[in-house]
Design a protein around this ligand. Structure first.
Ligand SMILES: OC[C@H]1O[C@H](O[C@H]2O[C@H](CO)[C@@H](O)[C@H](O)[C@H]2O)[C@H](O)[C@@H](O)[C@@H]1O
Length: 593
């Protein structure tokens, strides 16, 4: 690390606008000292480690230490003022609705299936955390209050279910597949609690952050809160709860459609304009949880830029593209790279992603549907006239928004030659403001030539009609894409070394594709089953050879079948893998071969 990097990034918390005092520790001065001291193997470990005293005291000590320039002093400073690592302080709560042998295990058609389902179901207890009374014994009086500021954790009111290992906290889009798994495990109360945790973050911050840590407060993740609410409502039919959740979904929608997240496309042929979404993190600094990695990428990417001001500007753009890729959940993938291969060419904010716009369509459709459900329940309630007016307004507004989005997806992202949706890229303009991007349709180009699983996400989100010719064309396109292997669906065909590329198969992508086929191309149900069975076989085999469920799998024939690549070592646990495995086991049973 050069002094240039220290100076360049200093002068502000890297969490940009995070309210919690712990954010102070994410300033470049501290992160650079952490990097220099090289105590923590994984960059995320430091930002998850509690300080021994409140921020003011730590900074006083930092000012008096030589930690900024000397690695021995940095190590001393960090050892004295921070704990030795991210010790798990939140409790593993009893999940009140957990019972052994839920129907997915009881009704299993073979012993292998029962054993697998039973094991995965057991894991909910291992992955449960309760933050609410995390440090209760220490929180007495002013001293207790100060102590609370020593952790980066966003404390949530209900038991959380986390992905596992380095992911010690709630993650936004992971939670959707965790909810599906919990419902399959007959645990509606826990599913309700984890959804309420997301709603609580909307109440507190106006949106759902990437994860429940203050350093994630400058970005979100693929918007699946309305999907969680829809699943939980379907299981509980609790209309009172739904009526309280709806305004929060609307609040999140306002965040998701902010001007800097919106790209306007003019169609010069038809004269129409279309508004579509992009990922756009609110930061121009390295991600605190991957500080060293981001600083190195930015340095490599700008090594030929001589002018200091231009270099700084270029680095800032790269930091935003990196954080925005993290917001997409696809961190990282050749999908976001200009040259299709190297992270240094990342350009996330210059891309209109097909999956994000599918997710937005799903949000709009679901808010309208949920408003209708709530309205039906109020039909005979004369005294709730004002609420009925509000719900009617939501129904109309979001039905219209979903129609408009569907047309936009069709006009801008659908590629009739390859019969799938594609990410489209636009050229950034010099000095262009972060908001109000406007481009002509003809100026857009396909972001990548090769297919990605995300190209098929709009099918799951309802971008075409169920049982329509278009839906079957999309399935044919998937079959031809070469993404499908007998070990699972690879994320892409590009071997970039990044984790959201070949040869990795991920639970959320697999589930969305299987369910999209079930719902939108029902004549291909057998194909959906084949895909589900490939996933189950691969996850089962890896469990048998390693003893664990994993974050991602390798579709090639490797010894353990575990997916690798990217900026951290492979993780076990694993929330969404467990959710998807239970759901597919319930629907299709274990493959009989
Ligand atoms: O620390 C690096 C990145 O780690 C997270 O991303 C990955 O794990 C998440 C939890 O399972 C998952 O939601 C995401 O799709 C994965 O790529 C984190 O979400 C990123 O923000 C972070 O930079």
């Amino acid at each position: 690390m050069t002094s240039e990097d220290d100076v360049e990034e200093d002068g502000g918390a890297a969490t940009d606008g995070a309210q919690a005092p712990y954010a102070a520790f994410c300033t470049a001065a501290i992160l650079a000292a952490v990097h220099r001291a090289a105590i923590w193997r994984d960059s995320k470990d430091f930002v998850d480690t509690r300080s021994r005293s409140p921020p003011a005291k730590v900074f006083e000590a930092l000012a008096q230490s030589r930690a900024a320039t000397c690695s021995v002093a940095a190590r001393e400073f960090l050892n004295e003022h921070f704990e030795s690592g991210p010790r798990e302080r939140s409790k593993m709560p009893e999940l009140a609705d957990w019972r052994s042998e839920p129907a997915v295990a009881r009704g299993a058609r073979c012993e292998k299936s029962r054993e697998f389902a039973t094991h995965v179901h057991e894991l909910w207890r291992v992955l449960a955390r309760l933050d609410a009374d995390d440090y209760a014994e220490e929180e007495v009086g002013a001293e207790g209050e100060a102590r609370r500021t020593t952790s980066s954790r966003i404390r949530l009111p209900y038991p959380a279910v986390v992905p596992g290992e380095r992911f010690r906290e709630t993650y936004y889009w992971d939670t959707y597949w965790i909810v599906l798994g919990l419902l399959t495990s007959e645990m509606p109360a826990t599913a309700l609690g984890v959804t309420n945790n997301l709603l609580y973050m909307v109440t507190t911050y106006g949106f759902v952050p990437n994860g429940a840590r203050v350093y994630y407060l400058n970005r979100s993740q693929p918007p699946l809160l309305s999907s969680c609410v829809a699943e939980v409502f379907q299981a509980t039919r609790d209309v009172e709860w739904l009526r309280q959740a709806l305004p929060l979904l609307v609040q999140e929608y306002a965040y998701l459609t902010r001007s800097e997240r919106t790209v306007t496309i003019r169609d010069t042929e038809t004269g129409e304009t279309h508004e579509l979404s992009r990922y756009f993190a609110n930061t121009t600094r390295p991600r605190p949880e991957s500080y060293r990695e981001d600083v190195e990428v930015a340095r490599r990417a700008t090594r030929k830029v001589e002018d200091a001001v231009a270099k700084l500007e270029a680095k800032r753009k790269i930091y935003r593209h990196l954080a925005s890729a993290a917001e997409s959940g696809f961190d990282f993938s050749s999908r976001w790279f200009l040259d299709g291969d190297n992270l240094e060419t990342i350009r996330t904010c210059n891309i209109i992603p097909s999956d994000l716009n599918g997710f937005m369509l799903r949000v709009e459709t679901q808010i309208a549907l949920l408003a209708r459900e709530a309205l039906v329940s109020l039909e005979n309630e004369d005294e709730l006239f004002a609420e009925r007016v509000y719900l009617n307004h939501l129904l109309e507004k979001f039905s219209r928004a979903s129609e408009v989005r569907r047309r936009a997806i069709d006009a801008v992202l659908w590629d009739d030659d390859v019969k799938r949706w594609r990410d489209m890229a636009f050229e950034p303009l010099m000095g262009e403001d972060t908001r109000g991007i406007v481009r002509d349709r003809d100026d857009l180009t396909a972001a990548s030539e090769s297919p990605f699983t995300s190209d098929f996400t709009p099918l799951w989100c309802g971008a075409c009609d169920p049982d329509s010719d278009q839906a079957y064309e999309v399935v044919e396109s998937l079959k031809k894409s070469k993404l499908v292997t007998d070990k699972g669906i690879a994320t892409s065909l590009v071997e970039s070394g990044q984790q959201w590329d070949w040869p990795n198969a991920w639970a959320p992508e697999t589930h969305m594709i299987v369910e999209a086929i079930q719902i939108f191309a029902p004549r291909e149900e057998e194909y959906a089953k084949t895909l589900a069975h490939s996933w189950l076989r691969t996850a089962h085999q890896a469990w048998k050879s390693t003893g664990y469920m994993h974050e991602k799998y390798d579709v090639r024939s490797t010894e353990d079948g575990v997916g690798k690549g990217g900026e951290y070592i492979p993780q076990r646990g694993f929330g969404w893998t467990n959710g998807v495995t239970l759901r597919l086991l319930e629907q299709y049973g274990f493959p009989q071969d």
